[in-house]
Design a protein around this ligand. Sequence first.
Ligand code: ADP
Ligand code: MG
Length: 603
Amino acid sequence: MSDSWGAPEENPVANPAAPSHAAGPSTTAAQRPEGPVADWGQPVAFDYTETDVDRQWGSNGAIYEWDGEEGDVAPVNPELELQLFGSPDKRHCAGVDFSKIAEISVSQEGEHRIVPIFKFKDAGLHPIMLKNVEMAGYQTPTPIQKYCIPAIKMGYDLIAIAQTGSGKTAAYLIPILNELMGKAKKLVARRPVSEVPRSNLANFRAEPLVLIVCPARELAIQIFDEARRFCYRTLLRPCVVYGGGPIQEQLQQIGRGCDVLVATPGRLIDIMQRSHLFTLRRLRYMVIDEADEMLDADWHEEFEQILVGGEQEQGNVKYMLFSATFPGAVRAVAREYLAMNHIRVRVGRIGSTHANISQDVIFVKQELKREALIDLMYSLDPARTIIFVNSKRTADEIDDYLFHKGMPCTSMHSDRTQREREDAMRAFRSGRTPILVATGITSRGIDVRNVRYVVNYDLPNADHGGIQEYVHRIGRTGRIGYTGSATSFYTERDEPLAEDLTKILMETRQPVPDFLQQYIPEGVDPKEFKMEDDTSDIEDQAGDAGDAWQTNGPQDGQNAGANSWASGGDAGDGWGAPNAGGTAEDGWGSGGNSNNVDQDDNW
Ligand code: ADP
Ligand code: MG
C-alpha cells in the first residue's frame, strides 16, 4: 500500500510518498533506492563568514531615493530596476494554473458592495504604479486583488481572506501606495538631505504613513522587498525593522525617511518607545498581515500597544487585516478593531487549501521516519523542497542527516541568530541549497518561487497550530498558479489532527488513505464532500445554517470573476448575518457587543 510506511507490515517500502512520478508502490526493502533519481547538486557546508556584499541584512535592501525636487516625474534608475525586478526577459509570470485561482468564488459582506476591477489597466492606477505592476510581471489581478484594490481606493477598513499564494501582499500594497503617491509631496515627513552626516540623523523622526505588521522576520523582509518594487520611482521610502537585526542600523535607515514601514511586533514596540525618533502621528494605513496569528492571545499585549501607542490619530487611520486562515474566535476579536462599515472579502472557504497542491499522507512508524524521508527524497526530482519539523532539535538533526547523505540542505529555526536565518533563507531562495529544513517559523507567508515539494516530517501538533498550520505549511508550494505537492508523515501520535486532516483532504479531492478512512463522517461520499466555513450562515448555500457538514457538490467552476459574490442576493444575508436576530453590523465591527456570543463564529 503506497500510503503506509512501516505499518501494518514492518517492511519499509520504497517511494512511500507516491508523488505522481514516483516508482510503483510494490518495491521491497531490497529495492530501496540507493541514491537520488537525479543530481541535486553538491552539498555546500555553510559558511557563516560569507557576506552578501550588497545586502548584509534584509533591512539594507536598495531602495529608490528621490527628493521630488527635479520635476514631477521621477527619473528611471536602470541599475536599481534590474535589481528590483530582474532582467526583462526573466520577469516572472504566474503559473499555468493561474486560472484556477480565478475560478474560486469570492464573497463579500457589508453595507457597501465593491465592484471588482478586472484588469490592472482599469484600476485607476497612477502610471508609475501601473508600470511597476507590469515590471513585477503581474498581468492579471488575482481575485483578492480585484476586490481589495477598489475597496482600499474607496477608503474602507478591510478584512481580506484568501488562500496561500494568491497575492495578498500586492492586494494591499498596490492600492495603498497608489493612494499615497499623488499626495506624497504633501504628506511625507521632512527628511534629511542625503549629505546630512549620520550623527545628525537623530534630529529627524521617522513618521510612517503606512505600517505593515507581520509575525515573522523573514516575512517582514519579504514584504519590504515587495514594497521596494512598488515604491520604485515614487517619493515613498520603504523601510523594515525586525528583531535580531542590528537596531542601530535599522534606526539609521528609518531616520533617513520612512514612509512605509514593515515591522515585526517586538522590534516595532521597542522603536515606538523612542518617541524622539519615531511617531505614528502621520499614519494613514495600518495593515496586519497574517492577522489571525497576530490577534492570537500570545500577541495580545503587543497588539494593543501597537494599536494605540504611537500617537496615531484614530480617525485618520484605515485598518486592514489579511490572512489565509481566520478561526471564528479570532474574527470575533478582530471585529473590535475595525470601523463599523468595514468591508469583508473572502476568496473560497476560509482556511481551505489550494487545489493546485496535491497532498499525500503516509503512515510512518515514528522510529522509521528518517528512512522514510530519505526514500522520499531519493524519489523526488531535484527541486526546491521545504521539510517541516516540530522542534529545533529535530531540525538540526535532519539537516545533519540529509547533509551526510549528500543532500544540499540548510535549516532554520528560532535558536539561530538572525544572521544565520537570513543566510539560510538566501541560500534557499537562490537555489544554492534547494532543501530547507525548518520549524513552523517559516510556515506563514514565506514566498519562494518554485518550491515544488513540502514535506511534513512532523505533522503540526493539534494543540499548537493544528490544521491552520498545516494549511500554511503546505501553502509554501502551489503558489500563484504553480502546482506543487505536499507529503506528510502520519504517526500514531497525530491522531488528534486526523479528523481535520481528513476533511481537508476530502475537500480538495485528495485521496484519503486507508488509515484515515475511519474519520470520514458516516454517510458522506468523500468525492462529494464540501466543507463549510465555521460560519453560521453563508450566502448562496441553502443548507441548514448550523450544520457543519454539507455534502452538496463542489462549487467548482463558479465564476469568481463577475458577480458571484452577489449571487445570494441581499448582502445583509451573507456573512455575519446572524442567526440571533441581529443585523450584520451586530456581528463584526460592532465594537464588541458582548451579548452577541452566538455571533462569534459569524463571518
Ligand atoms: P499570499 O500573501 O496570498 O500568500 P503573496 O502576496 O506572497 O501571496 O504572493 C505570492 C506570489 O505571487 C508572489 O511571488 C507575488 O509576487 C506573486 N503575485 C502576486 N500577485 C500577482 C499577480 N497578479 N500576477 C502574478 N503574480 C502575482
Ligand atoms: Mg502573505
